[in-house]
Design a binder for this molecule. Structure first.
Ligand SMILES: [Fe+2]
Length: 167
């Protein structure tokens, strides 16, 4: 039997989902993820100091994982019927994280700045994980996976902020 392509047929099992509420959480997360992977690239290009090489490489690994997460979050928004907005202007005016400094940045400062940005984004994401729980468990699951990725990277950068000789 042919399926009629009505809005309800396309939405399928999403029929009961509050698209605006879930979509807003996904959009806010997308903005922070795009900001984060642009920030990681900016740091990748401008880091200087004794730990240049390891940070240069680590920042590219962070960029790759955050970009992949941003894609999944944006596509989840599209899948539930909420058009994702990853335009530069939208990200610039919507991101709650303070802008990364221009120009060359010393390695120890890069580590602090990236660790702080990750911590702030993780805090926002944890709130959204709680808030999406009753709205859409599939979106919540994606946000949980994203949070696990960001918390892993936060650990890796924060561990480098411990002064030498002090564990
Ligand atoms: Fe590069």
């Amino acid at each position: 039997m042919a399926v009629k392509k009505t809005a309800s047929a396309i939405r399928g099992s999403l029929a009961g989902v509050d698209v605006d509420a879930v979509g807003t959480h996904l959009q806010d997360t997308l903005v922070e993820l795009v900001d984060l992977h642009l920030r990681a690239k900016q740091a990748h290009w401008n880091v200087v100091g004794r730990h240049f090489r390891s940070l240069h490489l680590e920042l590219d690994a962070l960029t790759d994982e955050v970009r992949a997460a941003a894609d999944l979050v944006a596509e989840r928004a599209a899948a539930i019927g909420y058009p994702p907005d990853g335009r530069p202007g939208t990200v610039a005016k919507s991101s709650p994280v303070a802008e990364f400094p221009a120009g060359r940045v010393l390695d120890v400062d890069v580590v602090e700045l990236v660790a702080d940005a990750l911590m702030e984004t993780c805090a926002h994401l944890r709130v959204r994980v709680d808030q999406t729980g009753e709205l859409d468990s599939v979106s919540q699951n994606l946000l949980i996976d994203t949070l696990a990725t960001l918390e892993k990277h936060h650990w890796m950068f924060a561990a480098q902020t411990v002064p030498a000789g002090r564990a």
